[in-house]
Design a protein around this ligand. Structure first.
Ligand code: R2B
Ligand code: URA
Length: 300
């Protein structure tokens, strides 16, 4: 962990009781007794939708002998469930939303682990989501190697003083390899690894031609998609570059992103898969996650 990048000026006072930390968007605070149950957290699993979080928690509880499921009371922003050592939380769509969830969850993990860097580093983080494939058909599961923005540069934000801060979008290779290994040879599951682009927009920054507002032509769209393809990008979504950037900033060593593709963007823009196909696509990324969680947290 990179202790110098942790906001000790604010967070140390939470540990020594000078002030509490209010995780406002999750509706809990560090003084809330509900958090006592969460100190043993070993993994934080993020997904865009609250419905998926509830399903994941049910499934994980069943695999843990019906472990109790703790729900945070506030659900109008993010849905949160804790069971069997795993905190499941939704993050909404896009980096502005997901960065709020991630910042509050990183602070929460700091508090739950009393600022112990080794204990924090043991926590596994993963986003499980959907994406558009680049040269991959719908239903492929992509484990990201790197998260980049639409210009194939890392996530960056404006800050005071010297302008932009550039984050590191690499996903840890060892975690990725372990996820691939946990899913090797699984029937009916296609898992690949590659770079992932995060667009700031579903339509414009993913070069779609079907938005209400459109800047691209078929030629500029295909030139962008081919450029991604030539540079090893396998899928496009909306959070990964920020997620990797923030987790790398604190120096977490175990984190990943597992996204199923809903369509091949080289063939179109609209998501036309049937509800049954979409359900199967989304199930597959969950299966890939659970195969890894079982192997890493339950020993098989
Ligand atoms: C994937 O799917 C969502 C948009 O439909 C977005 O959150 C993402 O990253
Ligand atoms: N999510 C995205 O962000 N893009 C897609 O094309 C599909 C899902």
């Amino acid at each position: 962990m990179r202790t110098e990048n942790i906001n000790h000026a604010f967070l140390d006072g939470v540990l020594d009781g000078s002030h509490e930390d209010v995780y406002y968007h999750f509706g809990v605070a560090s003084s809330d007794p509900i958090l006592a149950d969460l100190r043993g957290v070993r993994a934080v699993i993020l997904a865009g939708s609250g419905g998926r979080i509830k399903e994941f928690a049910q499934r994980w509880s069943q695999l843990n002998g019906g472990s109790e499921i703790v729900a945070f009371p506030k659900e109008d922003r993010f849905v949160t469930r804790y069971t069997g050592g795993v905190l499941f939380a939704s993050h909404g769509m896009g980096m502005p939303s997901a960065s709020i969830a991630l910042q509050e969850l990183m602070r929460l993990v700091f508090f739950l682990k009393s600022g112990d860097l080794d204990a924090m580093d043991d926590v596994f983080w993963c986003r499980v989501g959907t994406s558009g494939g680049v040269g991959l058909p719908g239903g492929t599961v992509v484990v990201s190697s790197e998260g980049l923005m639409a210009d194939l540069k890392p996530y960056r934000l404006l800050r005071g003083g010297d302008g932009e801060y550039w984050f590191d979008g690499q996903f840890p290779a060892a975690t990725r390899a372990a996820i691939m290994a946990a899913n090797a040879g699984v029937d009916d599951l296609s898992v690949v690894s590659g770079k992932t682009v995060a667009g700031n927009e579903f339509f414009l920054e993913q070069f779609r031609l079907d938005g209400a507002v459109c800047f691209e032509t078929p030629q500029t769209k295909m030139a962008w998609l081919r450029w991604l393809d030539d540079n090893g990008v396998r899928n496009i979504e909306m959070e990964g570059a920020m997620l990797a950037g923030y987790l790398n900033h604190w120096g977490f060593s175990k984190f990943a992103m597992i996204c199923c593709t809903l369509l091949n963007r080289l063939e179109g823009d609209q998501v036309t898969a049937t509800p049954a196909e979409l359900h199967k696509f989304s199930e597959d990324s969950g299966v890939a996650l659970f195969n890894y969680l079982r192997a890493s947290l339950l020993g098989g």
